[in-house]
Write a new protein. Structure first.
Ligand SMILES: Cc1cc2nc3c(=O)[nH]c(=O)nc-3n(C[C@H](O)[C@H](O)[C@H](O)COP(=O)(O)OP(=O)(O)OC[C@H]3O[C@@H](n4cnc5c(N)ncnc54)[C@H](O)[C@@H]3O)c2cc1C
Lengths: 284, 780
């Protein structure tokens, strides 16, 4: 295992990073390196230049602007896992983090890297989408913010353009009405999910509103189960069977080496039931 | 005899260096001057090599040597051969494929080595590998065991029609047929034993030195049997005198049967070291290990048991297709044909017959792996018994009990292959039933059901051969040598790659000679230090090692008595030896063994029978193999919604004969069980239809972790075997041998309420979920 030859540059600042990225077509940001270096070693990728952003200050903060939680791109999974703010105000993310890999990988891997890499079986992209969060991006043309709904475009493909850097993600802070649920099935804890579900909704009496059920490991991107969501919004918990049936329209998982598409669809239904039950009675 | 140390859980003396990072593994020993070897391997499962152009690679920076199969230094090498020969269906010796150091003309599996590049650094070698221009003509490939015999399957070797390597039969087919014809019941189960890989913590490696003045090599490599590796490398492949090759196997991070051959990489390191006149180091990367290590097991079998109306076993037949891989490894035919005796289990079955068809496929050669045919044999008999019990509505425990060999029948000739030396099989089972609270299971099942889980319990009674084979046990050699300070060094031909033999052999020798274990230095793993050795495999070391150490110690004592007699001015016949002290009977004259050892260097030659020093060297074979046995009970819980399966309770009762160190035995049992659980739950080598290896890293080849294992309950039934003086039976493989069947029986039991009789390993959620879904669909 050896990557193809590449150049390496360490950015001193965000501007410097953007400048460096502009020097070579196909240049790539290096964050925690837990996905990128493996991909290079396996020759799945061969960028000419890596721009290391680990020395850029200010990207590793977890902040609490009004009504929101903002997580800097360089916040390590382990750091987020230990954060009180995340635990209290972004409980969905706190639920998901322990499922990401193993301690050694969580010590290096970054939240920004997970979102930018957009592995279809990864936890955080699904959480971001379920929470209707947004992504801050800085590039040669300046700053912009992209909604999670518009961010994940295809297999390992996002709204990040050439030379752009993801600087932070933002999600709405939890409210008493907010219900979230998370579950995943993996061969072994810490493995990428066979199927996972990150969900968020607003409790409304005995029912749910504005629900967002996002499955991962079942397609090229995290997938919102819109038909199932509509059923649950309309019929509440009584509509669970119908919502599970609606997954047949929402999800079209393909076979992979660990599970067939059929099995994944079945498992998605199991997860939906479990997560909805959990959201129905969060104190159980 | 009362032992001071045998039977005690002495801590492992090797742990101090191994745990503190002071172990010396092959890669640690490379000097800065070592060049690095990188192997270029086939990306195709089957292809013709049209041409290789190495000119650009040779010109790359740092490159010292590029070898291909056509390089004269490689083309002139001998091939690797199989130790065993079997027969084709028409009675001829099986075809032995040309198993070369580097492939010529054709490659036969993904990972088949085609070129060796030696450069100043590993990175330079890898860069040069990319500059190698190889033109391939891909060919159709076959990897699947079951399909290898199909008329339309791609043919691996034209010399082996229908991909048949051999057909091997054992037992009495006519008697089995006759019994089947009149049996009240016959019950069959068809199953796969998955293909797995040993994945030791230390990957394979080789470090070669060449001494151009002496025209001799030294090879450091993690191997279980340095002497056999030297024979293979020197005699067969390099074709040089054995005294020109020293093989040293230093600290080794796990072997499990994988590390019993030099392999192409060691040979190329040796050849390269001579050609560039520098040390050469090769270390397999993990992904390379997946694509180049031997794999193991990989059988497709049908087991059929005939029973009379009362459930007495009348006959057993097992038909197996065994995947040999593309070439035959040194011990490649052992697992599938050498340990079949275990099919008898611990039962009286008057007639047994088995037919094994070995098939070539475009996969890595298969080789022994912890158990090497023993777990497969136990799986056959223990699975089919459970299926029979279920179909006939009998209790699986009582069905076993009814057919068990009793202690009073020992030694027991199974009539098939094995003659058992000793064992209390029913007591093992009863103790295990108590240990695993078999009686309380229905309650636990109910509680699990209330939580929505399917709980199952399964049992297996493994028995395996150790220190074999039956056709003539392998010998072992040892030397006990005292130096002029009176301290003692034991050299032995077995190896230790995790087992703890440095500790257990020191315990034995300390007891035999009345010394303290910490004063006994145990050395192994060097063909120059040790004249001959057989190595560690097949659960043999404690048996073969103790047998030879006892004889050697007897010689030491006999000679030391004469020296003591000379010193004490008495007749040797009047000298007694006890607890390390020689005494003249009826007097208070005495001298200790360490003092005698000093005297052996200081007395006059005439007082020493003309020979100085105190040392003895022996080579001894155990009189007969012995048969460790036991009983495993496993409980699983299955989530019927997801198919996820967890092992929630596991109990083992083992009879490994005399226990030298209970802690080491328990460690062996734990490790063995975990390797068995790993195969049952997760591990499986998978190829795609084109023969590409899909499980090429630990991401896809899932190993078990501590959290997948319950706390094991272990108990020993120490039934001393009469076939060797200490009564030891061997413990290395026992855990794995029992685990496969116990887990499979537990899973089948958990699923039985749904009408599911059998699911194949590994028990992934997908497989179990499918079985549940299919059963629900089929249900009326
Ligand atoms: C054995 C193993 C198991 C794993 N299991 C899981 C798992 O179960 N779930 C899971 O979610 N992940 C898993 N991961 C991946 C891990 O979470 C990674 O850390 C993460 O996906 C990427 O983060 P990183 O900081 O390492 O990014 P890097 O590897 O440095 O980068 C990944 C990609 O994102 C780009 N990138 C990174 N940061 C930015 C940025 N700020 N702006 C623009 N582009 C950027 C890089 O250019 C690169 O293309 C696993 C990894 C390993 C090695």
């Amino acid at each position: 295992m050896k990557p193809a030859a590449f150049a390496y540059a360490k950015a001193r600042s965000l501007d410097h990073a953007i400048e460096l990225l502009g020097t070579r077509e196909g240049a790539r940001v290096l964050a925690g390196g837990q996905s990128l270096i493996a991909a290079l070693n396996m020759r799945l990728d061969a960028p000419p230049l890596l721009v290391d952003i680990n020395g850029v200050s200010g990207l590793d903060r977890i902040e609490r602007p009004d009504g929101q939680v903002e997580i800097g791109a360089l916040v390590r999974h382990a750091q987020a896992l230990g954060s009180q703010v995340v635990a209290r105000d972004a409980p969905l993310i706190a639920r998901a983090l322990p499922h990401i890999a193993h301690p050694a990988i969580r010590n290096r891997g970054t939240v920004g890297g997970s979102i930018a890499y957009a592995d279809p079986a990864a936890e955080l992209p699904a959480c971001l989408l379920a929470l209707a969060g947004e992504v801050d991006i800085t590039g040669p043309a300046g700053r912009r913010t992209v909604k999670a709904d518009d961010f994940f475009l295809g297999l390992f493909e996002t709204a990040l353009g050439p030379g752009e850097i993801l600087t932070a993600i933002r999600v709405p802070a939890a409210t008493p009405q907010m219900r979230c649920g998370f579950a995943e099935l993996a061969r072994r804890h810490g493995d990428y999910a066979l199927v996972g579900l990150a969900a968020c909704a607003r409790a409304d009496g005995a029912g749910l509103r504005d629900s967002r059920f996002v499955f991962f490991g079942v397609g090229a991107t995290p997938v919102r189960a819109r038909k199932a969501e509509a059923v649950l919004d309309a019929r509440g918990f009584d509509g669970l069977d119908e919502a599970v049936a609606a997954l047949a329209d929402d999800l079209h998982p393909e076979d992979d080496i660990h599970a067939s598409g059929k099995a994944k669809r079945h498992l998605a239904g199991v997860l939906l039931r479990r997560v909805v039950r959990e959201m129905q009675d969060p104190w159980a | 005899m009362n032992y001071r140390f045998i039977g005690k859980s002495l801590p492992r003396s090797e742990d101090i260096r191994l745990i503190q990072g002071r172990g010396r593994y092959t890669a640690d020993l490379a000097p800065p001057s070592a060049a690095r070897l990188f192997m270029v391997r086939s990306p195709y499962a089957a292809a013709r090599i049209v041409s290789i152009d190495a000119s650009a690679a040779r010109a790359m920076p740092g490159v010292l040597l590029v070898l291909t199969g056509d390089s004269p230094e490689v083309a002139s090498l001998g091939t690797f051969t199989s130790k065993l020969r079997r027969k084709t269906p028409d009675g001829k010796p099986n075809f032995e494929p040309p198993y070369r150091t580097l492939a010529r003309d054709r490659v036969q599996f993904v990972g088949d080595p085609v070129a060796a590049i030696i450069a100043e650094t590993l990175d330079q070698a890898k860069d040069a590998a990319e500059a190698l221009r190889i033109e391939w003509e891909p060919l159709p490939a076959i990897t699947e065991t079951k399909r290898a015999l199909d008329p339309d399957a791609p043919q691996v070797w034209p010399e082996a029609p229908r991909n048949i390597c051999f057909v091997f039969e054992a037992g009495d087919e006519a008697a089995v047929n006759a019994a089947f014809a009149k049996a009240k019941h016959t019950v069959s189960v068809t199953y796969d034993i998955s293909r797995v890989t040993a994945a030791p913590m230390e990957t394979r490696a080789a470090l070669a030195f060449y001494d151009s003045a002496a025209e001799a090599w030294t090879l450091y490599a993690p191997v279980q049997n340095p002497h056999a590796v030297r024979e293979e490398a020197a005699d067969k492949v390099l074709r040089i005198a054995g005294n020109r090759l020293r093989v040293i196997s230093p600290d080794v991070g796990g072997g499990f049967g994988l590390k019993e051959v030099p392999g192409p990489e060691s040979i190329l390191a040796l050849v390269g070291a001579r050609l560039i006149d520098r040390p050469v180091l090769w270390v397999a990367e993990r992904s390379e290990a997946f694509a180049s290590d031997f794999h193991a097991r990989d059988n497709h079998s049908t087991a059929t048991l005939a029973l009379d109306a009362e459930g007495r076993f009348l006959a057993l037949r097992v038909d197996t297709i065994a995947n040999i891989g593309a070439y035959i490894s040194l011990n490649g035919l052992n697992s599938s044909t050498n340990n079949l005796g275990g099919l008898s289990g611990v039962y009286r079955t008057p007639a047994i017959f088995t037919r094994v068809t070995g098939v070539f496929t475009n996969t890595q050669p298969t080789a022994p792996y912890r158990g090497a045919g023993r777990p497969e044999a136990t799986y056959a008999i223990e699975r089919v018994i459970d299926v029979a019990a279920r179909r006939l509505g009998m209790d699986p425990v009582e069905l076993r009990r009814k057919n068990m060999i009793a202690p009073s029948q020992m030694p027991y000739d199974t009539g098939f292959i094995f003659t058992y030396d000793s064992g209390e099989f029913e007591r093992n089972m009863d103790d295990a039933l108590a240990l695993g609270d078999w009686a309380g299971f229905p309650q636990r099942r109910k509680e699990a059901a209330a939580r929505g889980k399917l709980r199952g319990i399964g049992l297996s009674n493994p028995i395996e051969i150790s220190a074999g084979p039956v056709t003539g046990t392998l010998s072992e050699s040892a030397e006990i040598r005292f130096d002029s300070t009176g301290s003692v060094t034991v050299t032995i031909g077995t190896h230790s790659h995790g087992q703890g033999h440095e500790t257990s052999f020191a315990q034995i020798v300390a007891d035999l000679l009345g010394l303290e274990p910490e004063h006994v230095k145990v050395r192994y793993g060097d063909t120059e230090l040790i004249e001959h050795g057989t190595g560690s495999f097949g659960s043999r070391s404690a048996v073969a090692g103790s047998v030879v150490l006892i004889k050697t110690a007897d010689r030491i004592i006999a000679r030391a008595k004469r020296i003591a007699a000379a010193h004490l001015e008495a007749s040797p016949d009047d000298i007694t030896f006890e607890d390390g002290i020689f005494r003249v009977v009826g007097t208070d004259k005495q001298v200790g063994l360490r003092e005698v050892a000093r005297l052996a260097y200081t007395l006059r030659p005439s007082e020493l029978d003309g020979e100085h020093g105190l040392a003895a060297k022996m080579m001894v074979a155990p009189a007969r193999p012995t048969f460790p046995n036991g009983c495993h009970i496993c409980e699983v819980e299955i989530d019927p919604e997801t198919g996820a399966c967890a092992i929630v309770r596991y109990s083992v009762v083992d009879d490994v004969g005399r226990i030298i160190n209970p802690m080491l035995v328990e460690g062996q049992i734990h490790g063995g069980v975990v390797q068995g659980l790993g195969q049952m739950l997760f591990e499986a080598i998978v190829y795609d239809d084109g023969g590409q290896l899909l499980t090429g890293s630990f991401m896809d080849y899932a190993m078990p972790r501590a959290r997948h294992c319950p706390s094991f309950a272990c108990h020993n039934n120490e039934v001393l075997t009469p076939v060797n003086p200490l009564g030891v039976k061997g413990a290395g493989e026992a855990g794995t041998v029992g685990a496969l069947a116990a887990v499979a029986n537990a899973v089948a039991d958990a699923l039985s309420p749904l009408g599911i009789e059998h699911v194949d390993m590994p028990f992934t959620p997908e497989r179990i979920w499918r079985a549940i879904r299919d059963a629900r669909r089929a249900a009326p």
